[in-house]
Ligand binder design. Sequence first.
Ligand code: ZN
Length: 127
Amino acid sequence: MSKWPYNTAAWARLRTAHLSIEPLCRGCEAEGRLGTANTVDHVVPISQGGPAFPGHDGLASYCASCHSAKTARGAEAGAIRSTKPRRGCNPDGTPLDPAHPWHEKSLRAKVHVPSSHLNPQLVSGEE
Ligand SMILES: [Zn+2]
């Protein structure tokens, strides 16, 4: 599964040491959340000439979901993968993917219910 250098004992030691220094996910931190990191990433990818075993300033901690999102969008992703639709929503429920059908105005108009049509008893929850 894993390939060099991730299958080496040296990487396992470096990864464990880095997670103890930087236990929180940088991606979560950037979005104002606290996420426990379990993945150590190279700041400069090995594929771009970065060192396989850099110092701790050459490493970054991420949680699994931020790391896979970063890898899918980042420099190591191929052109095909970078066109993959983004998954998930903003906090207000707006899909992140600009091609998502929700963004079709006509569709949104169909599901929009004017507030005057809402049953006030159902909306307020009062008997
Ligand atoms: Zn994260």
